[in-house]
Design a protein around this ligand. Sequence first.
Ligand SMILES: Nc1ncnc2c1ncn2[C@@H]1O[C@H](COP(=O)(O)OP(=O)(O)OP(=O)(O)O)[C@@H](O)[C@H]1O
Length: 311
Amino acid sequence: MIEIDNLTKIYGDTHAVDAVTMRAETGSITVIVGTSGSGKTTLLRMINRLEEPTSGEVRINGEPTHVEKPHLLRRRIGYAIQGHGLFPHHTVARNIAAVPLLLGWKKQKIRDRVDELLTLFSMEPAAFRDRYPAELSGGQQQRVGVARALASRPELLLMDEPFGALDPIIRAQAQDDLRRIQQRLGSTIMLVTHDMEEAIRLGDKVAVMDGGRLVQHAAPAEIIAAPATDFVRDMVGDVERPLRLLSLIPLAELIEDGPADGDALPADASLRDALSTCLWTGRSAVPVTREGIVVGRVTFEAIRNRAELHA
Ligand SMILES: Nc1ncnc2c1ncn2[C@@H]1O[C@H](COP(=O)(O)OP(=O)(O)OP(=O)(O)O)[C@@H](O)[C@H]1O
């Protein structure tokens, strides 16, 4: 059991994480979801002490994490981040074996674990063991990254946007793989994403963060049926029918005059793309281009109004 107790991180006058309390059962997946800047990554990084909390504590199976040396703690906690972070000059087998080697496991035990994990991830050990990361596809590299994080059977696996860089088709496969392997190994996982669809699909429990606060922590069905705040309702909207329809409507239909910062989207991108961009970057409007020239903007509010027409 992982217990997070009143955990707070303050940077200057920003409450990045504000008195978050929650529990995660052993053998479950908790998905922490929220828009950019809501404190997800900071929360995750306080669990393995890549960040030290301003106050509060984390306990793993009853033991407070702050009494252990951070580097020893991190051997018990796997960590997988977006972009797999593989060592380019090491083979797949050596990459997966990184933590077991550090822990001084016997050669045969390491070899067995590497082969077991490659097999679980549908990568034939004989074909992949001795390859280098550059000889793998993006999806294969990501699988090796997750296999590496699982290799020592950590008490807890932390994953920060592990599938963020994958295209949507591979992404769905990667999520299915993770679910299957997690059930097989009984791993306890905490995963951060900005994507409510991913949260609903993967989580036994979904923890929604908004402005550093935990606004709802519940099973996916409850999050959908009874969102605790308007913010949660908006995020859940993302996975429901009206917003699926948005993927069929081009931005061209909602272009208006006015300023908008950040990277632009082309006029033939969908409202769904613009909505994802707003949620992902925390922006309230996205510039729109035609043939590379900015012709206006689309606002989050206009997209929401349009979605309501279809509700
Ligand atoms: N090292 C730091 N120094 C100062 N402020 C920070 C630092 N790290 C994070 N913050 C601030 O804390 C808040 C939460 O950031 P955090 O990275 O945890 O959010 P997030 O939800 O993970 O966002 P994203 O999805 O963009 O990664 C933000 O306002 C951010 O600017």
